[in-house]
Design a protein around this ligand. Structure first.
Ligand SMILES: C[S@@+](CC[C@H](N)C(=O)[O-])C[C@H]1O[C@@H](n2cnc3c(N)ncnc32)[C@H](O)[C@@H]1O
Length: 203
């Protein structure tokens, strides 16, 4: 009974959510698009002609935004889950942390890239601490991968959860990048521990 009430509350909240309604009008597959839009507006991440990797891309709203916003660009989107095709993007189905998938990404670009984005998150367990630890591990993996594949002035943007791994991730980011900022977009739910780390220029 409790579970039913919780899921009904969730559905009602979701329907009232302004970003959910906006995403339907704008044709985005998820409200997450507005988080990338806000990050891009504030930090000017995306420019025509750049090469971008979208990690944890499904259902695809970040990649849809990339595909609309930047012209003459190379975009690779990867996720564990199958996604419907998106114009001007190459999709890889698989686990980003596996060597074979990282090699596929490198083979496609054949040189370093300008931007790595990660909105990767694990399936929630219901325990916010455990969720933040697992998502922190994904953020760390994405950051180490960025270190290998980014141009010297490249940018790395990743979801990060406020939690026990937060300080460790920020400290590591500051060792790898010259500029590190943390930003919570308005479209990120207030009651979520989610924020984003915006890193620029390799040391
Ligand atoms: C919050 S969703 C991303 C939403 C997406 N940015 C959008 O705009 O539609 C997080 C995604 O991370 C993916 N993910 C989690 N671990 C992953 C991994 N190891 N490799 C690839 N994708 C992963 C999940 O499958 C999930 O689709």
């Amino acid at each position: 009974m409790k579970k039913n009430r919780i899921s009904k509350n969730w559905i009602n909240k979701h329907r009232r959510d302004i970003y959910v309604r906006r995403s339907k009008v704008d044709g985005y597959r998820s409200r997450a698009a507005y988080k990338l839009m806000e990050i891009d507006e504030k930090f000017k991440i995306l420019k025509n002609g750049i090469s971008v990797i979208d990690l944890g891309a499904a259902p695809g709203s970040w990649s849809q935004y990339l595909s609309k916003k930047i012209k003459n660009s190379k975009i690779v989107s990867i996720d564990l889950k199958q996604m419907e095709a998106i114009n001007n993007t190459i999709q890889i189905l698989g686990d980003f942390t596996e060597e074979k998938n990282q090699s596929k990404i490198k083979e496609f670009f054949k040189s370093n890239v300008d931007v790595v984005l990660s909105d990767m998150a694990v399936n929630t367990t219901g325990n916010k601490n455990i969720d933040s630890i697992y998502t922190g591990e994904l953020c760390m993996e994405a950051m180490l991968f960025s270190k290998k594949i980014l141009n010297n002035d490249g940018k790395f943007v990743s979801k990060i959860f406020m939690g026990s791994t937060f300080n460790e991730i920020i400290a590591k980011a500051k060792l790898i990048f010259k500029k590190v900022k943390v930003f919570k977009p308005k479209s990120s739910k207030k009651d979520s521990k989610e924020s984003f780390i915006i890193c620029e220029s390799l040391r």
